[in-house]
Design a protein. Structure first.
Length: 95
C-alpha cells in the first residue's frame, strides 16, 4: 500500500489553543478497579485534578461532597462526580 499526501495528513485538525488544566474524568476513573470504596478512590487518585466547567478541581474535594461510600461500577462513580461538577464544556484560558 503506497503512502499518499492524504493518508499522511491527520483526519482532524487539532486546535492550537492553550492547554486545558486537569485530566479528563474518564482517564482517572478508568485507572481504578471496581467495586471500590470512596476512601480507596481518595487514597489512589484524590490529589488528581479533574477538568470541570469551573476549572480544575482536586478529585478529593469533589468526593467530599458525595454521600455514597462505595462504587460498584465505574459508571456509578462517574455519575456521582458529574452530579457535583456538572457536565458542561471545559473552559480554556483566554489569550
Amino acid at each position: 500500500m503506497a503512502d499518499t499526501d492524504e493518508e499522511s495528513e491527520p483526519a482532524v485538525e487539532l486546535g492550537g489553543g492553550p492547554p486545558v488544566e486537569g485530566a479528563p474524568l474518564a482517564r482517572i476513573t478508568s485507572r481504578l478497579h471496581y467495586g471500590i470504596p470512596k476512601s480507596e478512590v481518595v487514597r489512589r487518585e484524590g490529589d488528581s485534578a479533574i477538568r470541570t466547567a469551573d476549572g480544575p478541581q482536586d478529585l478529593a474535594d469533589v468526593l467530599a461532597d458525595i454521600d455514597e461510600t462505595y462504587f460498584p461500577r465505574e459508571q456509578d462513580l462517574t455519575d456521582a462526580i458529574r452530579s457535583v461538577i456538572g457536565d458542561g464544556p471545559v473552559l480554556t484560558a483566554e489569550e
